[in-house]
Design a protein around this ligand. Structure first.
Ligand code: ADP
Ligand code: MG
Length: 139
């Protein structure tokens, strides 16, 4: 477990960027935290470390999943609107994304995966500690 406190969106971006820069093989990030916690800011940092323009990374609210091409492909999912049906998750093609040899899969609102188990994933919990402070716990 690793724990970080960031004091601005830029710091959260930078933290994710540092992690992402060194990625070379398939990695899954399960992001948990309330609305406005900073999940998308974190996603943008991950994107930047993969040579993807962070401006292109926004919560894929209506599509549930967006793919971005960088030095590795980034699949960015946001399950906020998921109704909780496991069939829906399979319909997104998550199994296929996870079996790609070189892809980063980042899932916002991973709480909604329910019983859908993803082995070897990094869980990132972001908690608003007031003002611009965020506690970021990675396990
Ligand atoms: P989520 O995707 O979790 O709903 P966003 O990343 O879209 O949240 O939004 C987070 C908001 O909080 C942004 O407006 C960002 O500028 C602000 N913010 C303030 N402090 C931080 C911080 N330390 N880390 C991340 N975001 C922060
Ligand atoms: Mg978001």
């Amino acid at each position: 477990m690793k724990e970080f406190i960031t004091h601005s969106a830029e710091e959260t971006f930078e933290l994710a960027y540092q992690i992402s820069e060194s990625l070379t093989s398939t990695t899954v990030f399960l992001l948990e935290g309330d609305l406005g916690a900073g999940k998308t800011v974190f996603a943008k940092g991950i994107a930047a470390g993969l040579d993807i323009d962070p401006a292109d990374v926004n919560s894929p609210t209506f599509t549930l999943v967006n793919a971005h091409e960088g030095r590795m492909r980034l699949y960015h999912l946001d399950l906020y609107r998921l109704e909780g049906e496991l069939e829906e998750i399979y319909a997104l093609g998550l199994d296929e994304m996870l079996s790609e040899e070189k892809a980063v899969v980042l899932i916002e609102w991973a709480e909604r995966l329910g019983a859908f188990d993803i082995p070897n994933a990094t869980r990132v919990q972001i908690v608003d500690e007031g003002d611009d402070a965020r506690r970021i716990v990675m396990t």
